[in-house]
Write a protein that binds this ligand. Structure first.
Ligand code: PLP
Ligand code: ZN
Length: 421
């Protein structure tokens, strides 16, 4: 078991995902022996003895109710931004439209900066402060930038965020506003990431998705925990999750696995369906071709928050798709905007392009007959539509009229219910 700020948690150390070598809980992200990626490991006996449904339910209404399953002490929610416990809402009209039985939407637009990235950033920055870092930084496809800037502002940390220079203007404004140093790099995300790896090597900064990445990615497990809790301590049958680096997708699967191991829930790991855009679908392409490695691509898609051409966890995502009886699909630009409209019209939830990808993959699976009539499906909607307005601006047309009743009636003839008799 580990100790952080005098508090005992279940985190025991870091372990190499390739060779199994264990390291202490420091600011390391690659194995000293084989350069493999590192992952936090927990003391199962400690967790079994200390984590129960009741202990979780007694916790705060945030991701910190799962603090024992995270690698750091909980933040003081009076000070930090409260993250998590986002709504899990039933979507009967979406289900009916697609001919499905039961669909739920995990609505991550409800987080403080309107994407699921608040979960990973909250954990990464908390751990970074425990490790003594004073400066936060990140390489971002957009949402991470906003989240790092906001959480650093709330914690009184200085922050540097690096983004591709072609990022949506909404995301640029919604990041710079927090008073960070915002660096727009002429290049794509993979260029930005490479630069940040070099910068991280000789600066005492916590790059949330580079040198503290093992902690960052743990935050995504809370999406699985909440789903189980919000479904009354039961598992869904199938989850549709977007894939950029593959961290979110693999960690949601891990979260279900941990709850099963601890006996907090019974049943089978859900089928995990990954969602990518065809304009940046290297993991979907590898899945389709039956390969166990991922060939990097050059991203070209409106789903910019998913535009990682060389995904760090791509190979692990392939494993999850196979091992859970899922799949990884890629959808076209038109399917993405159709997906945004479909979700908005049937649930009242407006999602960014990443959620359009996820919804479009749900539709693809339904059309293909991959989803059984009795299945309970959860759709992970990871970001807000106000972040990517340009992508769907041409899908919305007001009816323009002069201010007369006659003009109005002519324009909307046939719409709306008739007057009551
Ligand atoms: C970052 C992001 C994802 C997925 O990210 P991973 O790198 O695969 O963990 C999904 N949706 C949105 C909106 C994102 O910003
Ligand atoms: Zn190793």
């Amino acid at each position: 078991m580990g100790h952080t700020e005098g508090r005992v948690t279940g985190a025991r150390g870091l372990r190499c995902k390739e060779c199994g070598e264990e390291l202490p809980l420091g600011a390391s992200y690659a194995c000293e022996f084989c350069f493999g990626p590192l992952e936090v490991v927990y003391d199962l006996d400690y967790l079994r003895a200390n984590v129960t449904r009741e202990s979780i339910e007694a916790g705060p209404q945030s991701i910190w109710r799962y603090a024992d399953l995270l690698p750091c002490a909980p933040i003081d929610t009076q000070v930090g931004l409260p993250v998590g416990m986002s709504p899990l809402v039933p979507a009967p009209r979406l289900a009916a439209r697609l001919g499905l039985g039961e669909v739920w939407v995990k609505n991550e637009t409800a987080n403080p900066t309107h994407s699921f990235k608040d979960r990973v950033v909250s954990v990464a920055l908390q751990k970074a402060r425990e490790l003594g870092f004073e400066v936060a930084a990140c390489a971002s496809t957009g949402n991470l930038a906003q989240s790092v800037a906001a959480h650093a502002a709330a914690a009184g940390m200085e922050s540097f965020v690096f983004v591709p220079s072609d990022l949506e203007s909404q995301k640029i404004v919604a990041t710079g506003i927090y008073g960070c140093t915002l660096v727009a790099v002429d290049g794509n995300y993979d260029d930005v990431n490479r630069l940040c790896m070099e910068l991280a090597a000789d600066r005492p900064w916590a790059f949330v998705n580079v040198n503290v990445r093992p902690y960052y990615s743990e935050g995504s497990k809370t999406l699985a925990y909440e789903t189980v809790e919000q479904l009354g301590w039961t598992l869904p049958d199938r989850c549709i999750v977007p894939i950029a680096s593959g961290s979110l997708y693999t960690k949601i699967r891990r979260g279900f696995g941990e709850f099963l191991e601890l006996g907090l829930v019974e049943g089978d790991v859900p089928h995990m369906n990954g969602a990518q855009a065809q304009g940046c679908g290297p993991v979907a392409a590898a899945y389709e071709a039956g390969l166990d490695f991922v060939t990097p691509v050059r991203p070209d898609t409106i789903a910019k928050s998913l535009a990682i051409g060389n995904p760090a966890d791509g190979v692990f995502a392939l494993d999850v798709a196979h091992e859970t009886g899922g799949s990884i699909d890629a959808v076209s630009e038109r399917e993405i905007t159709d997906g945004i409209c479909l979700l908005a019209e049937t649930t009242g939830i407006f999602t960014e392009t990443a959620g359009g990808v996820t919804t479009a993959v749900l539709k693809r699976l339904a059309d293909r007959g991959d989803i059984g009539p009795d299945e309970r499906v959860v759709l992970y909607i990871t970001g807000d539509g106000l972040k990517t307005l340009d992508a769907i601006a041409d899908r919305v047309q007001p009816v323009t009229i002069s201010p007369t009743v006659g003009d109005f009636e002519a324009a909307v003839a046939g719409r709306g219910a008739p007057l009551p008799a």
